[in-house]
Write a protein that binds this ligand. Structure first.
Ligand code: 48F
Length: 248
């Protein structure tokens, strides 16, 4: 075995993955519970799906459960059952292990056919003819270094903002088109029941070609915050995947 063969193997395989996903049916931005769930259901229904994550690892807020205690809660365990995550009943809720959920969601999305790219940060969107057509990305380390190095692009017929509380893609449109969403990007006061329903009801297309799922829905539509319960995140992801599947 030669050292250089290891480098060649990695470079060729990464090149294959990237070339295979420069054009997609759907580009999902963010690998929290919402992004991974959308990615899983989209890929499962045969759509060419790229999932982009700026951090080194997937999972977003799943790992932290509540206050760093790595246990998550849901009110309905249907999606957990589907991806093989064990859930125990506690009163009106189910509890599950955060590590099991993060790894299972990533594994199932990948096995269903989605390609996941980490350390890739979306810094802008491609918006032409009043429609979102893809994203402008760079290496997270280049972004962090502050170097002015030009990005590259990944195209998608649809793009999903699953970037969490920051709703980063929605913000990118707002910065250049202030009339698009003149309100505040923040959720309201805590009210778990209304929030869990609201995040699913409002998940959907926010601009031609751009969908919101998960916490970015809350930032955009200002429902109450829900705290450490993840059912709405998963269900909003599943709903967005179904909406897009029905359009393609
Ligand atoms: O924050 P995150 O987990 O969002 P979510 O899927 O779930 C929210 C819950 O985790 C929790 C909650 C539950 O009730 O409130 O907060 O809506 O995952 C968002 C992911 O997007 C990545 C970020 O690193 C995280 O992993 N992300 C954010 N901005 C970018 C990005 C970007 N510009 N480019 C690529 N990835």
């Amino acid at each position: 075995m030669k050292e250089i063969d290891i480098t060649k193997a990695i470079y060729e395989e990464y090149g294959r993955k990237l070339l295979g996903h420069l054009e997609n049916d759907v580009v999902v931005v963010g690998t929290g519970p919402a992004g991974l769930t959308v990615g899983y259901y989209l890929a499962k229904s045969g759509m060419k799906t790229a999932i982009l994550e700026k951090r080194l690892s997937i999972g977003g807020g799943i790992w932290g459960g509540a206050a760093g205690w790595n246990v998550i809660t849901v009110e309905d365990k249907g999606i957990l059952d589907e991806i093989g995550v064990a859930a125990q009943k506690k009163g009106d809720l189910y509890v599950a292990d955060a590590v099991e959920l993060a790894t299972a969601l990533g594994y199932k999305a990948k096995k269903a056919g989605a390609e996941i790219f980490t350390l890739i940060e979306v810094e802008d969107i491609i918006l032409q003819e009043d429609r979102v057509k893809g994203v402008v990305v760079n290496s997270t380390s280049i972004r962090a270094s502050g170097l002015l190095v030009d990005p590259f692009c990944i195209a998608g017929k649809y793009v999903i903002d699953a970037t969490g509380h920051q709703a980063e893609l929605v913000n990118m449109i707002r910065r250049k088109k202030p009339d698009f969403h003149p309100g505040q990007l923040q959720e309201g006061f805590m009210d778990v029941e209304r929030a869990e329903t609201g995040v699913v009801e409002k998940a959907g297309e926010i601009f031609h070609g751009l969908y919101v799922a998960g916490m970015s829905v809350c930032s955009v539509f200002n429902p109450p915050r829900m705290g450490p319960i993840f059912g709405g995140m998963l269900k909003s992801g599943k709903k967005v995947a179904e909406l897009i599947r029905d359009r393609i």
